[in-house]
Each structure stands twice: as C-alpha cells, then as structure tokens.
Design a protein around this ligand. Structure first.
Ligand code: IVH
Length: 703
C-alpha cells in the first residue's frame, strides 16, 4: 500500500470506528460486534505504526473511555475506575510478567485468575451496610447514578450481611459456609462506615435469547448481544425496564481498604458479604497455572451461562499490586488475557465458484487470511447469488466474518463505507467453471446447477460423499488422496475404490508403506454397510440421510445380507406411485429415486459394487422392540451422554422418526443444553419436551 493509499484508508477507518464508538458508548447501540470493531482498530493501529506521521490527535487510537450521558446525575469516582491492558498470547503474558518484575523487583508475583465477564462495569457504595448508590464507569472519573436500576437486580444485596459476619466472628466461626471464611474477618470491615464494591452487571445467554424471542414475536428488531442489552437496560431511565430484564451482578473487587492482603482475600470477603463471585476463580502460583486456568475456562466457555471474553489475571498480593501503580488508564498489576475473538474484519480478495456433488454452484469468498477464534480463516461460503445480493457484497469489500466455536466461517456484513470505488460486482457464471457446460437455474430456485453428468468436479465431490462418515466411512481417504488417485487414473468411479491394491498406492508420491497398508485395511473394513447408509452414499439427488433410511425401511428382505445388484432389482420394482406413498418421502425425492435406478450409469455402478464384494445389510428387524413406532422426534441442544447421531440412531432403531422441524405431528422434542428455537416452538405448540434424562429413560423402557 502506498503512503497515499494508507492515508485514505486511515481516514476511512477513523470515520468508521468513530461512528461505531458513538453508537456503542453514547447510544448503547451497535451495528457491528465488539470483535469486529476491535479488528478495525487493529488495522488502524498497524497502519499508524507503519506511518507514525499520519497519527492525528483525533484518532480513536489516542482516546480511552466514554462520554457520560446527561440524563442521569453524575457521580465522581473517588478511586478512578480503570480499564485493563489486553494480552492475546502466552508471549504477551510473559512479557507482562517481565515488565512488572522489572518495575518492582522486590514484589510477590503470585497471581489470582478469574473470569472476565462480558458485561458492564458498576461501582456500588454501601453506608453502614446499606446500599446507597450505584454508578456506571463513565469516563473512569465521572459516571452516572443508576441506583434505581441497580436496585432491581436481585444479586445486588440491598443490605450487606454485616450482622451475619459479626455474629460469626464473635463465635469464632462455626460450621456454616460463610463462617469458615469469615472467622478472620477484619474488624475494620465490620466497623467500616463506607464500603465500595465493584463488579460486572450482565445478562445470561438464556435471558438474552428469551428477550429476543419475545421481540421476534412482537416484530421488534433483535438485540445484538447480551452485553449491550445489559448495558442498555441499566441506562434506561425507567427502572421497570431494568426490572423486567433479569440482570445479574458479579462482584470482583472490594475497593475500600479493610486491610485485605490479597485479591483472593477480597473475593472471600465479597462472598461473605453476600455477593455472587466467580466460583472458578483461583490463586495461581505461576504463569503455567494461569495458562491451565485459561485453557480450562476456555473449554467451558460455550457451556457457561454468561458470556466471557477472557480471564483477568492480577498480582495476588495487594501490597505489590499497589506498588506497581498505574500506567495510563490501566493498573500495571492486572491484565486481561483475552480469548480469541469470534469475529474479525478482512478483505474479500476474490469470489470463486465451486461445483458440488449435485452440480450446485457455490460462490466462495477468498479472504485476506485473518485469525478468528484461534485459527486462520481464508475462505467463507457465500451459498448463492441471492445471499451475495442480500449482503450487498462486491469483490474487494471489507467484510465482517464470524466463526464461533466449530461453526464454519460466515460473512456477516459488508462495511460499505470503506469502499474505494475499485470494488467489482460478482455475477454467477452462465457456464460451469469446470466443464464449461451451460448452468441452469430453475424458476424460483436460489441455486444454479451444472447439469452435465460427466462434469469432473461433480465426480470428485461424489467420491468424497461416497466415502464420507455417514456413508461408507472409509477412514484415511481424504480429499487430497482422492484427488491424487483420480489424477493418476486409479479411480474413475466409486466402485474403483474397492479394487485398489497395496501395490497401486505405495508407489504414489509421499504415500508411505504404512499408510498404504492402513488405507487398504480401512477400505476392506468398509465393505460391509447398512442399506440406509449405502443408499445415502449413492448420492441420489434429494436423498439425504433420513430419506435414505426411510427408503431402506421399505425393503422387507428375507435375507439379512444382500448384494448391490439385488438392491438395484428391488428398487427398480418400485413404481413412482409406490415411492410417493412412502411416509416422509416427498414427490421430488420420489421422482429422483425413480429416475436414478433406471439409468444405465446406476446399473453399471451397482453391478461393479457387487463384483467388488460389497455386502449390504438390510435393516435389522425385531432386534430392538419397535416401541417408538410412528413417533416423531426433534432433537435440539447438546446432549451430554451421546452425540446427535447416536441419539438419532437410537430413535430410529426403535422405529421412531427423526424430524428436522417441530410440528403438530412431533411426538417429542428432546432438549439438551443450550436448546435452540425448537424448544420454544415445542412449548408454543404444546409438544412434549423431554430432558436428556427423560429421553434416556424412554429409550431404556424400550428393551
Ligand atoms: S478487574 C482496573 N475483574 O473488564 C480494572 N474486571 O477491561 C479492574 N471485567 O472495566 C477490573 N470481569 O468491566 C476485573 N473479573 C473481572 C472482570 C473485569 C469483567 C471488566 C471490567 C473492566 C474491564 C477491563
């Protein structure tokens, strides 16, 4: 990028960041996520680092804090409400430890680690144990008085447990939980006139989802995330609004000095006083222990009831912490060790069309590689032309990309203000990019398709589908190996896979002896397959896993094992009408199945698979009592004791049907952890909801 281009980009970034900061800090609204905004700021920081002469005093990189609103009365913070420096890696953490050790060589550098709640910082003042005032952070020095709203939060005690403590202290501790910790409660805490406590107001993910569900029903726009919703609720003038929002408070600091020696001790005192504190928080002797805590919490992140964006690590010894002092707006003795953000901004370098197994053309965004959620993301599917239209995306645009957990990356929005004018519109090609045949897009359909039966791209994808987990499940036969085998002409259709010999594989470049052995063994062990999986593997258009299984159920074979040429005969005997009458199979799928078994290509393939020795097992009947026969099941949320696929198999084995959407025909909705909208839909329709435990019982009772 030339200096001139950098200058233009910097100007645009500054304007965009300021716009979002205003929405966020002043209006409690946001159009893009914190992570996306951070990502824009990061780009600006890098550019300004490269061209320091382009840094201006009005750059968002030169400012910290927010503007208090005029609508609440102002409160001055006796002790400023600081922010924290961020660390993103173990190296950042080691560097921090190096800095503080150097700043105060005589210090005690053991740590205290706790969750960093993604909420809204609040300061609470108690006079003689009574809650008198609560305020927001504001700009760190002056905040807003939001006492009335805070009083609606049940986890904020209106009166502290002073009596409780005093009594326990006098008795010298008893068997009660608080008393164990409070037996050495300092006298100064009990007699202290004024106590200041700080912590985070937040909204649980569940409450947030409920609120949005309601808003959806009422046709209102949806809230962006729990953090902003919590912040917005606290800054409402009408406390009735805050009361209806089920907010929570978690205390993390006792600001008043009552002689507490460590941050860990502060947590104990806060708990004794009646505050909710982070139960997972703990002392860490060194950074290795901090890293273990970080990993543990990171792994549990998705399952926690609230959102967190990292951990806070403090020097545990308060004397050392004080000595270290403040640098800028942050205390030197504490740091936020952030989890990888789940969103980032990046540029779309190109949009490339891929051809799938069914011939569907999928536009894929080729992105400037960007780390998101701990991995580098360089591609995101754009699904179809309509999606690109909905996003208003052009090649060259800066976009917000999201990748949460194991979810595939997704382009969420386009930052059109950052356009230079050089962006190019994308059009779906009229010809297949691989075989160059004309593509078709049916009336009313969103997908364009290559209909050339011989298209090599389709063939490659069909092979990958054939060996995939839910089909033949050939372990070790990934895309790269499949490509290599097709390139050298060893396989041209799926059946060829079963004719491969050790000697075919071992001469291949980088195909070591061992892996050739393993692959041959793995192929041999997949020769036996259930009929449902076999039908799914064939990749018949409009036949997914469930339709394939329903179809398999129709085969009332006397034999438990058949060959694939026999399967062909069986299905050729099904008339279109007979297929259409199978419950759960729609007219499009019926038509497709009917056509599929009548093509010479299918006949040839199934004959070849029979010759290769593929053994197909008909559905076992009578092995498991069909106690769920005729019952429709919908699964939502995560189950702890079995995977989604295992749960589906169990329902099906017992004659039940797994449905993808809740309807009046659904018998049960099985609801695991973090259930989605299906749970709500079931409630609305009065469909019986089963917990995991109830579901397991129901399955058990089928034996
Ligand atoms: S300690 C000097 N502990 O993170 C500030 N902060 O980025 C001391 N936060 O404004 C903060 N959970 O709103 C601390 N367990 C925790 C926290 C926490 C969330 C927030 C807090 C602060 C921001 C700093």
């Amino acid at each position: 990028m030339t200096k001139h281009e950098a200058k233009e980009r910097i100007e645009k970034l500054k304007r965009e960041i300021n716009h979002h900061r205003y929405l966020y800090h002043v209006l409690d609204r946001s159009e893009i996520s914190d992570a996306a905004l951070d990502s824009l700021k990061h780009e600006l920081v890098l550019l300004e680092r490269q061209y320091p002469e382009l840094v201006t005093p009005d750059s968002p990189t030169q400012r910290v804090g927010g503007v208090p609103l005029a609508k609440f009365s102002k409160v001055s913070h006796g002790v400023p409400m600081l922010s924290l420096e961020d660390a993103f890696s173990k190296t950042d953490m080691s560097e921090w430890r190096g800095r503080i050790r150097k700043a105060y060589p005589g210090g005690d550098f053991r740590f205290f680690a706790e969750q960093k709640i993604d909420g809204f910082a609040i300061s609470l003042t108690y006079e003689n144990g009574v809650f008198v005032r609560g305020s927001t952070r504001g700009d760190g020095l002056v905040g807003e008085d939001v006492t009335a709203n805070l009083k609606t939060i049940e986890s904020i005690p209106l009166a502290l447990e002073m009596e409780n403590i005093r009594e326990k202290t006098q008795k010298g501790g008893s068997t009660m939980r608080v008393s164990r910790k409070s037996k050495d409660i300092p006298k100064s805490l009990i007699s202290s006139g004024i106590l200041e406590i700080r912590g985070e107001v937040f909204m649980t993910k569940k409450t947030f989802e409920k609120i949005n569900e309601e808003r959806k029903k009422g046709g209102s726009t949806l809230y962006a995330n729990p953090r902003n919703t919590a912040a917005g609720s606290i800054r409402q003038l009408d406390p009735a609004v805050a009361a209806s929002r089920k907010l929570e408070f978690l205390a993390y600091a006792l600001v008043t000095d009552v002689g507490q020696a460590s941050h860990g001790r502060e947590h104990e005192l806060l708990e004794a006083l009646g505050f909710k504190t982070d139960k997972t928080a703990r002392e860490c002797a060194d950074l290795d222990e901090v890293f273990s805590f970080y990993n543990e919490i990171g792994n549990r992140r998705g399952k926690l009831e609230h959102q967190i964006d990292g951990i806070v690590v403090s020097v545990n010894d308060n004397a050392t912490f004080e000595k270290l002092g403040v640098a800028g707006k942050a205390p030197r003795g504490a740091i936020a060790f952030k989890f990888p953000a789940e969103e980032a901004t990046t540029r779309v370098n190109d949009i490339v069309v891929q051809v799938g197994r069914t011939g569907a053309l999928t536009p894929v965004a080729h992105l400037e590689p960007v780390p998101i959620g701990g991995t580098i993301v360089s591609h995101a599917s754009l699904h179809n032309q309509d999606e690109i239209g909905r996003l208003g995306l052009k090649i060259g645009d800066t976009v917000v990309v999201k990748r949460a957990g194991d979810v595939i990356p997704k382009v969420v929005s386009v930052l059109t203000n950052l356009r230079t004018g050089k962006e190019r519109a994308f059009r779906m090609p009229a010809r297949c990019p691989v075989c160059k045949e004309a593509v078709q897009r049916e009336e009313g359909e969103v997908i364009s398709k290559c209909v050339n039966k011989k298209c090599p791209a389709k063939n490659k994808e069909a092979l990958a589908h054939f060996v995939s987990r839910k089909a033949f499940n050939v372990i070790g036969l990934g895309d790269k190996i499949l490509k290599k085998l097709s390139d050298v002409g060893l396989i041209s259709d799926a059946a060829d896979i079963f004719f491969l010999e050790h000697g075919d594989l071992s001469p291949l470049e980088r195909f070591a002896e061992r892996s050739a052995d393993n692959l041959i063994a793995s192929i041999a062990s997949s020769k036996k397959i259930a009929l449902g999986k076999f039908l799914y593997a064939l990749g018949i258009p409009h036949v997914g896993e469930e339709t394939a299984r329903l179809l398999a159920e129709q085969v009332k074979s006397q034999k438990s094992k058949v060959k694939s040429d026999e399967v062909l005969k069986v299905f050729q005997n099904f008339s279109l009408e007979a297929l259409q009458e199978i419950p759960g199979i729609g007219p499009t799928a019926a038509q497709s199945i009917h056509g599929y078994f009548r093509t010479p290509h299918t006949e040839k393939l199934l004959q070849k698979l029979a010759d290769a020795g593929i053994i197909i097992e008909s559905p076992k009947r009578g092995a498991v009592a069909q106690t769920l026969k005729g019952m429709g099941f919908v699964l939502t949320g995560e189950l702890a004791s079995l995977t989604r696929d295992e749960a589906k198999d169990k329902v099906r084995e017992r004659g039940g049907e797994v449905q993808s959407a809740v309807s009046a025909k659904t018998a049960y909705v099985v609801s695991g952890a973090h259930p989605g909208s299906k749970h709500e839909k079931a409630k609305k329709l009065g469909v019986r909801i089963l917990s995991e435990e109830e579901f397991l019982k129901l399955l058990d009772s089928t034996f």
